[in-house]
Design a protein. Structure first.
Length: 131
């Protein structure tokens, strides 16, 4: 139950804790290692990799059925490279590129059938004009 509250707090409070050393308090109790959170059913919910008290490496989030929901790569608490997400049935949902925590490059959201729902391009977190 405590881990559930921690995850909920992470989601709700992240915008308000910018003054802290790390915007992700999950690494506080285990600054060097893997932090795991579980659903009440016991199924793995989230896996964070921490180094020196900050998110570093791959973070995976799962649906309760065990299907991977989202995979992100972090470097010192900022998303880097590609973040990929899937629908609960396993279909690819989105592929987004990040650099220093900001959208950078192609941002693609797909429908369950694989067709493109949304396509945009970003540079340093700002959407580029497609005209």
């Amino acid at each position: 139950m405590i881990k559930y509250v921690l995850v909920l707090s992470l989601i709700v409070l992240t915008p308000f804790i910018a003054m802290a050393d790390s915007p992700f308090p999950v690494c506080k109790d285990n600054p060097n290692g893997v932090v795991k959170d579980y659903y009440e059913s016991g199924a793995l919910k989230t896996e964070w990799n921490c180094k020196d008290g900050h998110l570093n490496g791959i973070t995976n989030m799962y649906y309760e059925n065990g299907q991977l929901h989202k995979e992100s790569n972090y470097l010192n608490d900022e998303r880097q490279e590609i973040t990929t997400s899937w629908y609960e049935g396993g279909e690819l949902k989105s592929v987004c590129n990040f650099n220093n925590g900001k959208l950078n490059g192609e941002h693609k959201i797909l429908n369950k059938d694989g067709s493109i729902k949304e396509l945009a391009y970003y540079k340093d977190g700002v959407e580029l004009d497609q005209n």
